[in-house]
Write a protein that binds this ligand. Structure first.
Ligand code: BG6
Length: 520
């Protein structure tokens, strides 16, 4: 991954970045081929991201964008649907027809059934004709925004039809959307299947959290500053809390969510990725393998939670009805499409330990839930008290621990809480905050995660994508917990009111270690 310093504007405006497959060090013109083009992700995230990249001049000419789905659809109808998606979901709307027309002219649609090997001959011929028409070289980025059960078959068909072959310095890569497996065994199997047809360097497993500006800044914050790293360890840190709180419920995704639950949907990927970035050792270089080597070591250091410990170290719950965003909302079991006997968790908390030299004895508390009181993703690092307390009596009573909070979203920023003297003759102490806010400091809206990730994949930089061993290490930690929950049935399944901060069992979980959740 290449980072430019602020005082180097020429480099910033230049889409050159690191590359690891040896083909190039820049973003080549290519075809971005989206399987699952009729799905929600394409309309909500991918096309808006491509539109913004195009506006910023980051899509090299002549790049083609090709949507693939089963239903026959004329190019113009596909363009109209995508324009609607951009109008609704893009961070910048099509301000003028010229900007939209520029993107639309590169936008095409091919109908093909990605599960049918016979379709790929036609796909290949249609793609070649698009490339010929636009003058796009045969560099191909396939984005598999399709249900997980079709991923292996799609990659095998891409390989068999020659579409994943690399020749004459041209490249072919494939981006795989989550969920990557449903447990350790299925993730291993999927990795084996993928690696049978493509090299690891061609596979880009996406976790959109890694594309968020604030998440990328974690590495810069830790490793481009000298003052934090010396205290980033068990000697000074009391504990770490990682929160991904959402106010939304299942939002029309009942079929998917009820099979997944919040642990598979968010903790196994997004939260464990945040944990690995916070806890990792400094990498030897800022490149894909060096960074991921360190992240995977953290995931491997997670102390396994034994069956007998699951009810002490984890909490899971479902939301009941209540008020959220000023509206009355139904409980999880009353949501359309959710079976009334479902035991799927919409909230989970885990007390984990990172068994290595740096973090020995420092608990990491993870939590994520739907229909919570506020939408907030943050990492809070709470520091130990000073070794000797000078201020006693009422002054001491006002002292609170130092907390460094990395606010991933919303109100993106970083804050440090410390104790200060209240002006006046009496020794009165009070906690105060020092704040950095992205909006105020940079005055620009950060790009969407998918913008960065699409560009990196087109540049051959997989630093911000998860490697096979990382995904498996994360599942190794999570799968035994899920298995125990399954065997417990409803025995330890708690509930919480919509619009609250989660179940009582999660408060008890953290209280057992003498700590409390932050009210973010
Ligand atoms: C997705 C999950 O990966 O992340 C969703 O499938 C969740 O359930 C979403 O709502 C949260 O993403 P963000 O970027 O809004 O925090």
């Amino acid at each position: 991954m290449t980072l430019a310093l602020r005082d180097a504007p020429a480099a910033e405006a230049n889409p050159f970045r690191g590359s690891q497959d040896g083909n190039s060090h820049k973003v080549d013109a290519c075809s971005i081929v989206i399987f699952g083009a009729s799905g929600d992700l394409t309309k909500r995230k991918l096309l808006p991201a491509l539109y913004n990249l195009s506006l910023d001049g980051f899509l090299p000419s002549p790049t083609s964008i090709v949507g693939v789905a089963r239903k026959p659809l004329p190019d113009d109808d596909f363009r109209a649907q995508m324009k609607e998606g951009i109008q609704q979901f893009s961070r910048r709307r099509p301000a003028n027809e010229a900007a939209w027309n520029e993107l639309a002219s590169r936008l095409h649609y091919i109908s093909a059934d990605f599960s049918d090997a016979g379709s790929y001959e036609k796909l290949r011929a249609d793609l070649e004709s698009v490339e010929k028409r636009n003058g796009t070289p045969p560099n191909r980025l396939f984005y598999l925004a399709i249900p997980p059960e079709f991923i292996a078959v799609a990659i095998s068909n891409l390989t068999k039809s020659g579409l994943l072959a690399r020749s004459n310095g041209n490249w072919s890569r494939v981006i795989v959307e989550k969920p990557f497996g449903i447990d350790l065994e299925s993730a291993r199997q999927l990795n084996r299947q993928l690696q049978q047809y493509a090299t690891e360097k061609q596979i880009y497993r996406i976790d959109h959290y890694l594309g968020k500006e604030t998440v990328q800044n974690l590495l810069v914050f830790r490793f481009a500053n000298g003052i934090f790293e010396p205290i980033w360890n068990q000697k000074y840190v009391d504990h770490v809390q990682i929160t991904v709180a959402e106010t939304v419920g299942v939002e029309g995704r009942a079929g998917y969510f009820d099979k997944a639950g919040v642990t598979r949907d968010i903790i196994q990927n997004h939260v464990l990725q945040l944990l690995s970035l916070v806890a990792m050792e400094p990498p030897v270089a800022f490149d894909a393998d060096a960074v991921r080597d360190e992240k995977v070591k953290v995931l491997r250091s997670l102390r396994p939670i034994r069956e007998s410990e699951v009810q002490i170290l984890t909490s899971r719950a479902q939301y009941a009805g209540g008020a959220s965003g000023g509206k009355t909302v139904p409980g999880y079991l009353q949501e359309p499409g959710i079976p009334p006997e479902s035991t799927t968790e919409t909230y989970a908390a885990i007390h984990c330990a990172v068994d290595n030299w740096r973090w020995s004895g420092v608990p990491f508390f993870l939590r994520s839930g739907k229909r919570l009181a506020r939408r907030a993703t943050e990492i809070a690092i709470q520091f130990k008290a000073p070794p000797h307390l000078l201020f006693r009596g009422p002054a001491q009573a006002r002292m609170e621990p130092n907390v460094l909070t990395l606010r991933i979203q919303p109100d993106e920023g970083i804050s440090i809480k410390f104790t200060s003297k209240v002006p006046g003759p009496a020794p009165v102490l009070q906690p105060v905050r020092m704040d950095f806010l992205y909006g105020t400091s940079f005055g620009v809206e950060p790009p969407e995660a998918y913008e960065r990730l699409l560009l990196d994949a087109a540049a051959g930089d997989s630093t911000l994508f998860t490697r096979a061993d990382e995904v498996e290490a994360a599942w190794s930690f999570i799968t035994p917990i899920l298995d125990t929950w399954k065997s417990l049935g409803i025995a330890d399944l708690d509930t919480y009111g919509s619009g609250t901060w989660g179940p009582r069992s999660a408060d008890d979980l953290i209280a057992r270690s003498g700590r409390a959740w932050r009210r973010v």
